[in-house]
Design a binder for this molecule. Structure first.
Ligand SMILES: Cc1cc2nc3c(=O)[nH]c(=O)nc-3n(C[C@H](O)[C@H](O)[C@H](O)COP(=O)(O)O)c2cc1C
Length: 325
């Protein structure tokens, strides 16, 4: 008896859900190939979307691919399939990060409930209300990271200050590096509101009133004409997502953990944003590391809180990112 595998019509919408994942500057650094005969879906990084100055290790690209992989797992689970993720096979191209096979699930997976959050999650660069997130919700988010083999550490007031200072140091380093500014500008200043990639001006959020905020100010990013400046929350709720190792496998794991945390947070009514600025500079990334945490490698700064709904950003259509043979 041959194992049942999903047909292309079944699998294509899962890839559609996968690509709503967050990615660095919305570069969407992924592609998928489905081999119908074997039922194997390969997830690859797309080297044409690489950022050699701000992501020379491809860590950020792997995080985005990991987030897409988590969405794919949630979508498959919601449709009654179990996704099994494995390391690339011998002979796979170096761009292949993981291969996924699917079997009909005997029972509903525990991640299926996150499905509605996939399309509700958007990065919010708006100020959040000064309203604390209840401890039970924070605990659930820690659990979401743990379930994917990562760790989420919420920062106390003193550490928030330290993290934001590392972010502002990174901002300064960006400002004085024309190569970095140019790389970021590729994904921001050119992104008009009809684009299918990059960060459109409507998603950049307001300008900062007092010059400092817990969200990224993109050099070259065009804020909407006439947008007012805003004051951001005085005590942001910030967490560092970390892993024990720092290999491509750890980055893919971190990406899945990041998306699990973001979807859990969205389901819990929270707004979220990401910040990788300080992690893009090796010396600053070292400063972000918490020596007390057993997750030695910081992978992402996540900001959470209560705020207005954020808009969806564009994506390339599925037929551009999925090939089938
Ligand atoms: C690895 C990675 C790094 C990111 N870094 C930042 C950042 O430093 N600042 C920021 O505002 N958003 C950051 N983001 C969020 C992306 O800009 C966002 O996911 C993308 O523009 C798509 O928008 P969406 O999340 O609303 O779907 C990052 C996302 C990923 C996966």
């Amino acid at each position: 008896m041959t194992a049942r595998t999903p047909d292309t019509a079944t699998l294509t919408p899962w890839v559609g859900d996968a690509v709503t994942a967050p990615s660095m500057h919305n570069a969407q650094p992924w592609s998928f190939h489905y081999e119908r005969a074997t039922g194997v879906l390969a997830l690859r990084t797309d080297p044409t979307r690489a950022m050699p100055h701000t992501d020379s290790s491809t860590r950020g690209a792997c995080l985005g691919c990991g987030a897409a992989l988590f969405n794919l797992r949630v979508a498959a689970s919601h449709a009654g399939w179990e996704a099994r993720v494995e390391a690339p096979r011998e002979g796979d191209a170096p761009e292949v990060l993981a291969v996924v096979t699917f079997t009909p699930a005997e029972e509903r997976g525990d991640i299926a409930d996150l499905y509605p959050a996939i399309r509700r999650r958007h990065t919010s660069r708006q100020p959040f209300r000064d309203e604390p997130v209840p401890e039970e919700i924070l605990d659930g988010l820690r659990g979401a990271a743990r379930a994917e083999g990562a760790r989420l550490d919420f920062a106390g007031a003193w550490r928030v200050r330290e993290l934001l200072e590392a972010v502002w140091d990174a901002e300064h380093a960006e400002q004085v590096s024309p190569a970095v500014r140019q790389e970021i500008a590729r994904w921001t200043s050119g992104a008009d509101d009809d684009a299918r990639e990059g960060i459109p001006s409507y998603a950049l959020g307001p300008r900062r009133y007092d010059g400092q905020a817990p969200v990224r100010e993109f050099p070259g990013g065009r804020h909407p004409e006439g947008a007012d400046a805003a004051v951001f929350e005085s005590s942001p709720c910030l967490a560092v997502l970390g892993t024990r190792g720092d290999t491509a496998e750890d980055w893919l794991r971190a990406g899945q953990a990041m998306e699990r945390v973001l979807l859990r947070a969205t389901a819990d009514g929270l707004s979220t944003s990401l910040n990788s600025q300080a992690l893009e500079w090796p010396d600053l990334r070292w400063l972000v590391r918490d020596p007390q945490s057993d997750a030695a490698y910081p992978q992402m700064l996540i900001r959470l809180g209560y705020g207005p709904d954020a808009p969806a950003t564009p994506r390339r259509p599925v037929d551009e990112v999925l090939t089938v043979s």
